[in-house]
Design a protein around this ligand. Structure first.
Ligand SMILES: Cc1cc2nc3c(=O)[nH]c(=O)nc-3n(C[C@H](O)[C@H](O)[C@H](O)COP(=O)(O)O)c2cc1C
Length: 176
């Protein structure tokens, strides 16, 4: 059941050194390409990085929250051409989460590293830093990087009773 996948899913930032199989890689690539996009414009591009040196460099894209990428076997840079769609951010986010759900279903683990709106250490934006590393043209925007590998951390899914049920509103937000 799909809900079971969501019940177990967590962000994992520690990975073993084990390899991702070619079958798993194929599943990840198919899943991300099946993401829906506004008007079917598919403005995104996905850079699958497995070179450890480039992955290490990507882990330095921002001072906090990207270091976990260094241990990942695969880093998927999610980017888009904003000229192709005014809602490229939403399209990228949906693609990223499709990928993360397939990661879980394939028995792997992942975590999102936010790149858009973040700064690299020396005043350069994280987007600009990543753009240079993966040779993107300056017109392309970078949304995020998903770090993927075999998980080396056990986390239980969020307790159903502890979900923010109060965020669900019946018919309207305010009762007045
Ligand atoms: C849009 C978005 C941006 C995120 N950015 C980062 C990030 O830069 N670094 C990081 O370690 N985790 C990042 N995360 C993971 C969140 O911290 C994580 O999903 C949240 O704490 C809930 O934990 P869970 O995924 O295990 O349920 C991001 C998640 C989302 C959805």
């Amino acid at each position: 059941m799909f809900l079971d996948l969501l019940r177990q899913r967590r962000s994992i930032r520690k990975f073993t050194g084990d390899a991702i199989t070619s079958e798993q890689l194929q599943q990840l690539q198919e899943a991300i390409l099946r993401a829906p996009s506004s008007r079917g414009l598919d403005p995104w591009q996905f850079i699958f990085v497995t070179d450890p040196e480039v992955i290490t460099a990507l882990s330095k894209a921002k001072p906090n929250g990207a270091a976990f990428l260094e241990q990942a076997k695969l880093a998927v840079v999610i980017c888009a051409d904003p000229e192709r769609s005014d809602v490229w951010v939403e399209d990228c986010a949906i693609a990223a989460f499709c990928l993360q759900l397939q990661v879980s279903d394939s028995g792997l683990a992942s975590c999102w590293a936010q790149i858009r709106c973040r700064q690299h250490e020396d005043g350069q934006s994280s987007e600009e830093y990543v753009r240079q590393l993966v040779k993107l043209p300056s017109t392309m925007r970078v949304d995020s990087i998903i770090g993927i590998g075999v998980g080396d951390e056990e986390k239980s899914g969020h307790d159903c009773e502890l979900l923010k049920w109060s965020r669900i509103h019946d018919q309207s937000y305010s009762e007045e």
